[in-house]
Design a protein around this ligand. Structure first.
Ligand SMILES: [Zn+2]
Length: 106
């Protein structure tokens, strides 16, 4: 399952990234290296999103390695990262102007 879009795909359509013994991460083209692994869709933008949003770091609990960053950002130009970040907006709470409660006994 891809850590970005959470789509389950055939393993050949996914790139495996494995956590290495020295607490880094490495691309695992064979898919056979031992260690905790996380998958990202090959092709498409999931690899870039994984780098931009640190999805792989979260999945593997290690910092993003330069190797993985290079592997995924080589596919397409960096312009793909230009998605606007969602701002944490405070929703305006409706102010209910409740009367004091002294009304209504007529
Ligand atoms: Zn994906």
């Amino acid at each position: 399952m891809c850590v970005v879009c959470r789509t389950t795909r055939d393993k050949r359509a996914l790139i495996r990234v494995v956590r290495t013994a020295d607490r880094s991460m490495s691309v695992d083209p064979s898919g056979r290296r031992s260690g905790r692994g996380a998958y990202v869709c090959s092709g498409g933008t999931c690899g870039q999103i994984a780098v931009a949003k640190a999805s792989l770091s979260r999945a593997l609990d290690v910092p993003l390695s330069a190797e993985v960053r290079a592997a995924f950002s080589a596919a397409e130009p960096q312009a793909a990262f230009a998605a606007p970040e969602p701002r944490s907006e405070h929703p305006t709470e409706p102010i209910i102007d409740a009367p004091g409660g002294s009304r209504g006994q007529e």
